[in-house]
Design a protein around this ligand. Structure first.
Ligand SMILES: Nc1ncnc2c1ncn2[C@@H]1O[C@H](COP(=O)(O)OP(=O)(O)OP(=O)(O)O)[C@@H](O)[C@H]1O
Ligand SMILES: [Mg+2]
Length: 350
C-alpha cells in the first residue's frame, strides 16, 4: 500500500493548519485545539513544521535540547516516531518538534528525490496510532507547506477577524486545488476557524459575516475570542487548557474541539456570532492589554479609504462599513459603495 492509501484509509484525521499570512493564529489553534481534543480523550500528534518552532516551545519543548527533530525526519533517515515528545500534563498529546535548521530545509529539499512526499512517507507508518494529526505550517507556501498538504487529508485555515483577514486566502485555496489535482486527491479545505475575535469592533462582526458568506458550512460555529491569556500561555510552555483551564479562551478551544469532533454543541445564542448579531462579550476581568478603553474609538476606525479583505474570488456579498466612512470591504470584483441610508440602518441596528 502507498503512503497516500495508508493515510486515506486510516480513521485518522490528518489536518494541515495553513495560512501563508503570518501571525493569524495557526500555532495557537494547533496547540490549543490539539490539547483540547486530547483532554476529550483523543490521541493527538502535533507535527511542528515551522522553523520558528513556536508549537514546540509553546508546549514546553526546547528545540535546542532535543536530539532528533523534523529536520532529521525530512532530510535524514530518522523515523518520525523517534522525534516524538509527550506533552507534560496533557495525556495523549505528542509533539514532533521543529528546529531552526528546518529553515534550510526549504532550500535543501529542492533538488531532492520525492521532495514533496517526505512527510507523508514518514507519517504513514504511525498514522494509525492517532485519532488526530495536526501539522502546524510556516507562514509561506513553500516546500514545507507543500509537504504538509501532501500528507494531510484536510486543511484547517485560521482567519483573523481583522482587516485584510482574507489576504492570501485566495492563493491558498488555489494551491490546495493544485495539490489536490496533482499530488493528493483526498485533500480538501474542510474547516475555517475565525480567531482573535473582538466583539467591540464592528469590523470583527463584518469579517465573521463575510467569511461565512464566502465559505458557508466550512466555517466553524465557534469563534475564538481575542484573549490575553491565550497569548501568555506559550511563554509558560503550556496550552491554555492547562495554563488557565477556566479562561474563556480555554473554553472556546474546548467548544471548538467538540465541534471538530462532531459533538452536539451546547451553546446559547451569545456564543454563536451570526449574521446581524455578534455577541461575544469580553469578560470584564480579562481585558486585553492592548485593548483600548471602552470609550476609545474602535481599533479599526477610521478605516483606510478602500479596504479590502483580500480574497480575490468574486462574491455577491460586499460587507458594509459603518456610515460616514464611505467605503466597503469586498472579497473581490469591483468595489461597491453601499447606499448611505443602508449603512446608517446597519449602525442603528447594532
Ligand atoms: N485568540 C487570541 N487571543 C489573543 N492573542 C492571540 C490569539 N490567537 C493568537 N494570539 C497571539 O497572536 C500571535 C500570533 O499567533 P500565532 O503564533 O498562533 O500565529 P501563527 O499564524 O502561527 O504565526 P506564524 O505565521 O508566525 O507562524 C501570538 O502572539 C499569539 O499568542
Ligand atoms: Mg505559527
Amino acid at each position: 500500500m502507498t503512503s497516500s492509501e495508508l493515510i486515506a484509509q486510516s480513521k485518522t484525521r490528518v489536518i494541515a493548519i495553513a495560512n501563508q499570512k503570518g501571525g493569524v493564529g495557526k500555532t495557537t489553534t494547533t496547540v490549543n485545539l490539539g490539547a483540547a481534543l486530547a483532554e476529550l480523550g483523543q490521541r493527538v500528534l502535533l507535527i511542528d513544521l515551522d522553523p520558528q518552532a513556536n508549537a514546540s516551545t509553546g508546549l514546553g519543548i526546547n528545540p535546542r535540547a532535543i536530539e532528533k527533530n523534523m529536520y532529521d525526519v525530512l532530510l535524514g533517515d530518522t523515523p518520525l516516531e523517534d522525534t516524538l515528545e509527550p506533552v507534560a500534563d496533557v495525556e495523549g498529546l505528542f509533539v514532533a518538534p521543529s528546529s531552526l535548521d528546518l529553515a534550510g530545509a526549504e532550500i535543501e529539499l529542492v533538488p531532492g528525490f520525492n521532495r514533496e512526499r517526505r512527510l507523508i512517507d514518514a507519517l504513514a507508518p504511525i498514522v494509525g496510532d492517532y485519532d488526530y494529526v495536526f501539522i502546524d505550517c510556516p507562514p509561506s507556501l513553500g516546500l514545507l507547506t507543500i509537504n504538509a498538504l501532501v500528507a494531510a487529508t484536510e486543511v484547517l485555515v485560521p482567519i483573523q477577524c481583522e482587516y485584510y483577514a482574507l489576504e492570501g486566502v485566495g492563493q491558498l485555496v488555489r494551491n490546495v486545488e493544485l495539490v489536490r489535482k496533482s499530488l493528493n486527491q483526498s485533500l480538501e479545505i474542510s474547516t475555517i476557524v475565525l480567531v482573535m475575535y473582538d466583539a467591540r469592533t464592528k469590523l470583527a462582526g463584518q469579517v465573521v459575516d463575510e467569511v461565512r458568506n464566502h465559505f458557508g458550512e466550512k466555517v466553524c460555529k465557534i469563534v475564538i475570542p481575542r484573549v490575553v491569556r491565550l497569548s501568555e500561555a506559550p511563554s509558560y510552555g503550556q496550552p491554555i487548557t492547562v495554563f488557565d483551564p477556566e479562561n474563556r479562551g480555554a473554553q472556546a478551544y474546548r467548544d471548538l474541539a467538540n465541534e471538530v469532533l462532531g459533538n452536539e454543541l451546547n451553546l446559547d445564542d451569545d456564543n454563536v456570532p451570526s449574521s446581524g448579531g455578534v455577541e461575544i462579550v469580553p469578560a470584564p476581568d480579562d481585558p486585553a492589554p492592548d485593548d483600548p478603553a471602552p470609550d476609545d474609538p474602535a481599533p479599526d476606525d477610521p478605516a483606510p479609504p478602500q479596504p479590502q479583505l483580500g480574497l480575490d474570488e468574486p462574491t455577491a456579498a460586499p460587507i458594509k462599513r459603518p456610515s460616514g466612512l464611505g467605503a466597503t470591504m469586498i472579497l473581490g470584483g469591483s468595489p461597491e459603495v453601499m447606499p448611505e441610508a443602508d449603512s446608517e440602518t446597519l449602525e442603528e441596528n447594532e
